[in-house]
Unconditional design. Sequence first.
Length: 435
Amino acid sequence: MQKSKLIGNIEVPGDKSISHRVLIFASFCKGITKIEGLSPAQDCASTANCLSSLGLKINDKESNDAKGKQQSYITVEASGIKQLHAPKANLFVGNSGTTIRLLAGLTAGQPFTCQFDGDESIRQRPMARVLQYLEKMGAHIDYIDKEGLAPFTIRGGNLEGQEFKLKVASAQVQTAILLAGLQAKGKTTVHLPSIARDHTTRLFKHIGIPFQNNDGSISLEALNDPIRPFQYKVPGDISSAAFFMVATACLPGSKLVLTNVGINSGRTLVIDVLKRMGANITLLNTRIMANEPIADIEIIGGDQLVGTEISGNEIASGIDEIPILALAGAFCKGNFVVRDASELRHKESDRLQLITSNLKIAGVDITESEDGFTIVGKKNIPGGSLWQTHLDHRLAMCGLVANLLFDNPLSIEETASTVISYPDFARDLKSLAKN
Ligand code: S3P
């Protein structure tokens, strides 16, 4: 079967990780914050809905720019630090781990009780990794069904700053503790075992929340006065761009430019790995926007990629991209090996298990290990098999990309879950595919 090529330019939607933070940090302002390019992901809508239940006023707006072009943006109206309202019902976070963990940190400092819950996937994801620290700072946590899992309640209030050494390089856990620390008495310090994405401190700096950074350990004290409302334009999401990058690299004759993509060094494993595998990738117009590095990424599909190993501290910078990188690995010359990635078992699904079983049944020579997998690459993958997603958006998007690369079409369990991070992914991918 003749394979398509991907040709053209595309601007992927705003970064999900940054969008959550901009919405949440706007709660520390007194007045109206204006956000352009907020991620359309359902996960970010979950954050916005929970913040609305906590008393923030969040609205979609439109205006004309200087050239008369219509622009849409979001406004967030808040009353300042510690001014949230007790929610009238549960805070339902849907599928979003970032929402539940970051909002746990935010509400831990508020003098009321909140009950958090989410979908079936959220109910299986580890919450104690955040809540144990909030508890040590003085929040009261009650697990409703099972210890360590959602649903749970937080009774917030008088927090004391503490110093914590995290075992996992988790930006979510670090951010949750810092959000609690901004409402705690004394100093809060978080040490990470290795580098993770630093969107939180970049945004703190951009909007004027004081903190100290000592070799990656972040300290801060209570924020006593509200910060000034700000304006922010969210960069494109490299985790969404990754799907197009892998597809283009694996389809000879393809050429794509992904414009305005965030290239925070805590997120760029996908670029580093594809380059290591021999992909033709160029970062054009690298620049700083709202204290985040961004670029236009040009990628040209060519020769067969070569195998590589991904392991150790670099895993955190591509934690969400390893499933799609596995697809590049399936087509490589040699071996593609992932180690030290057991965190993938605690995402929206057990991604090590699911990517391995999907690829194996499609005809890939892949062996799962406790903390990764090994692939012996091939030029052609038969496909024609069932592709399970377990309602995990990134697995559904991998399936759509695999359909461009495998010899026979897959039967993808569902693609509706793409709404979690990139609602128009299937349409955008199709619009770039040329025969
Ligand atoms: C995120 C951090 C990562 C990532 C998640 C978003 C964030 O999780 O997998 O999709 O926005 O901080 P961990 O920090 O738990 O690894």
